[in-house]
Design a protein around this ligand. Structure first.
Ligand code: PLZ
Length: 447
């Protein structure tokens, strides 16, 4: 029973949030679920689609999260749901390692065509973003015969052992989970807002630090891969200064290092380009995708230079569910929707609509220190008024205020002081405006 119409695209506060039914569910949740599973907004969802989440109390919540940049085409786009239903009726699974099906090859061909660069490319599919990053490292290690992996400060690459080791932030991602994977080295992230000698020096000095660390501490000839998010997501929507990624890519090329762009959060139209690397004219050797790729189904990919991708011998890559046929069908629907609905351009329209209103919040003595991001990946960094000291408690209060008003926003940032906006790219503009009204009012009352 696939709903054929979207939930009403209007904010409706039927009860206080969270409503009584959601509140009642919390006791059961606490009894049944491991404590380590967090939740941003404690409401149980009944339906979702477009820019709206409908909870079990009948509240219509405006979605500025997209399930963390996943439902860019909405949580129930007909191009996705119809293909899922059709595929599920034919078969749900064979395991591509056992017998083949077209969807897997079609998704790979689409990614080979759509990712930056016109060199010969190949793709391998997996299920989660973490798996894609892990496999990019396996591939880079095999292709280079080297083991070291270089990552950035503020990086997020996943929760599995290797990707957790590559992730920068300790609490909550790493605390108590060591020992970590070896041969992971960290270089400073060129975080313009917090660069000690000023934003204008971030690109050159961060690159110089990378060069020095790689040369003197690791040895360039030992480095298999440098991995970077073209905009750092969980770390705080940190946009690297112009030229930095290009310099890293050139350094990697010069030393036979595989340059991996982790586009799991930024990819597939989110930033106003199909891939965020395009804003910098950077062509990565390997690129990881997941999240928005399959409109809500678990699917992830590594795509890149054919000669690197082909380094691993047959049987070396895989996974029971890797490239599941229902997820592949969903991806073909999501890619079709991105194109047919012009979602790359829509992400830019969202930025044009939202950014000026957010920038008005940055005034002398404001709690908002900086507005940054690209396309429909925008963020506000909260600080103690008149300083650049992180103010996570203010950010949390603003998020809480938004939640009570039926607007779902998410926090991020190493210091927990960044509110990020990741609306579905199909959100009606009037709904988006209303959500920003609520956010702006919440910031106003936090002063
Ligand atoms: N690389 C750049 O953003 C996932 C994390 C949610 P998985 N980001 C959301 C959480 O707290 O677990 C992410 C990412 C980048 C890799 C990943 C990992 O993708 O699909 O969560 O494994």
């Amino acid at each position: 029973m696939t709903p054929t119409t979207l939930p009403e695209q209007r904010r409706i506060l039927a009860t206080a949030l969270p409503g009584p039914r959601s509140v009642e569910r919390q006791a059961r949740r606490a009894a049944e679920l491991a404590h380590g599973l967090g939740t941003t907004m404690p409401v149980f969802i009944d339906r979702a689609g477009g820019g709206i989440l409908v909870d079990i109390d009948g509240n219509h919540i405006i979605d500025l999260a997209s399930g963390i940049a996943v439902t860019s085409v909405g949580a129930a786009h007909p191009a996705v749901t119809r293909r899922i239903a059709e595929q599920a009726e034919r078969f749900t699974h064979t395991c591509f390692l056992v017998t083949e099906y077209d969807g897997f090859v079609e998704v790979a061909a689409a990614l080979n065509r759509l990712t930056p660069g016109d060199h010969p490319k190949k793709t391998a599919l997996f299920s989660t973003g973490s798996e894609a990053v892990e496999n990019a490292i396996k591939i880079a290690r095999t292709a280079t015969g080297r083991s070291a992996v270089v990552v950035l400060g503020h990086a997020y690459h996943g929760r599995t052992l290797l990707t957790m080791s590559m992730t920068a932030k300790n609490v909550p991602y790493k605390q108590g989970f060591g020992p970590f994977a070896p041969e992971v080295y960290r270089v400073p992230s060129p975080y313009p807002y917090r660069w000690p000698t000023g934003p204008e020096n971030a690109a050159a000095e961060a690159f110089a630090a990378l060069e020095e660390i790689v040369t003197t501490q690791i040895g360039a000839a030992n480095v298999a891969a440098i991995v970077a998010e073209p905009i750092q997501g969980e770390g705080g929507f940190i946009v690297p200064p112009p030229g930095y990624l290009r310099a890293v890519q050139e350094f990697a090329a010069e030393h036979g290092i595989v340059f991996v762009a982790d586009e799991i959060q930024t990819g597939l139209a989110r930033t106003g380009a199909l891939f965020a690397c395009e804003h910098e004219g950077v062509v990565p050797d390997l690129i990881t995708t997941a999240k928005a790729l399959a409109g809500g189904m678990p699917l992830a990919a590594v795509t890149g230079r054919a000669e690197i991708m082909d380094a691993v011998p047959a049987g070396g890559l895989g996974g029971t569910y890797a490239g599941n046929p229902v997820a592949c069908a969903a991806a073909l629907g999501a890619l079709e929707a991105i194109e047919s609905e012009g979602l790359v351009a829509r992400a830019r329209e969202i930025e044009q609509r939202v950014r000026p209103r957010l920038e008005e919040l940055v005034t002398p003595g404001s709690v908002v220190g900086e507005v940054r991001g690209r396309g429909a990946m925008l963020a506000l960094e909260f600080v103690r008024p008149g300083t650049s000291e992180p103010a996570p408690e203010i950010a949390r209060a603003v998020v809480e205020h938004c939640h009570q008003e039926g607007v779902l926003t998410l926090l991020c940032g190493t210091f927990g002081n960044v509110i990020r906006l990741l609306p579905p790219l199909v959100i009606p503009m009037d709904l988006l405006d209303e959500a920003i009204d609520v956010l702006v009012a919440a910031v106003g009352s936090a002063r």
